[in-house]
Ligand binder design. Structure first.
Ligand code: C5P
Length: 206
């Protein structure tokens, strides 16, 4: 069983994906980490984020060890990932990786922006997780404060709106709900309620 979870930045899809994976005993891939790792590789090597050849090389030779780097979770890396993720050759290089992961015998949970539309269009279960931008900013702000990153709520909201616009507006694999996805708005739900709602959908469709 493949569970495809998509949604905008800070919608809660990551937490939900981890919990669903643990509940159903499936491996989980946070595909945003792949894009973040490509961005970090480009920056560490001293290239500019607009250098699409450097980003494509980094995506083609990405190794799993890179996904454990704690810097991937930094606020700036989400923005950097969003920039390199609009390069079609970067997306093509990461597609094979993601599809290999999804193709394991047990099934898998993948979360990202284009899992239900591009990476796993045949997934049994597709969820599109969304929430109001102000609520997503509030959650991300709390999370970053807990990690010791000192930012303001207003700056995070700006980030989120810019990222929404870029991720939805790009021509290759834009952020959107697959036609057969179940949309779950978590604005009014806490993490437990979101999990219960998602679990009910999975149990109905599996
Ligand atoms: O999910 P996360 O915030 O870690 O993703 C970082 C960025 O990577 C996103 O803003 C998006 O531009 C890109 N991304 C993508 N496709 C995915 C996952 C992430 O384009 N499947």
């Amino acid at each position: 069983m493949v569970i495809a979870i998509d949604g905008p930045a800070a919608s809660g899809k990551g937490t939900l994906a981890r919990r669903l994976a643990a509940h159903y005993g499936l491996p989980h891939l946070d595909t945003g980490l792949l894009y973040r790792a490509v961005a970090l590789t480009v920056l560490d090597a001293g290239y500019d984020l607009d250098d699409s050849a450097a980003a494509t090389r980094a995506a083609s030779s990405l190794i799993a060890d890179r996904l454990a780097d704690p810097r991937l979770r930094d606020r700036a890396m989400g923005e950097a990932a969003s920039r390199i993720s609009s390069v079609p050759a970067v997306r093509a290089a990461l597609l094979a990786w993601q599809q290999r992961f999804a193709g394991t015998a047990t099934g898998a949970v993948l979360d990202g922006r284009d899992i239900g539309t591009v990476v796993c269009p045949d997934a049994r279960v597709k969820l599109f997780i969304t929430a109001a931008p102000e609520e997503r900013a509030r959650r991300r702000h709390l999370e970053l404060m807990r990690r010791g990153e000192n930012t303001t709520l207003a700056a995070i909201l700006d980030d989120i709106l810019a990222r929404d616009a870029r991720d939805s507006g790009r021509s290759t694999a834009p952020l959107r709900a697959a036609e057969d996805a179940v949309v779950l708005d978590t604005t009014e739900l806490d993490a437990d309620e979101a999990f219960e709602a998602a679990r009910a959908v999975v149990d109905r469709l599996r």
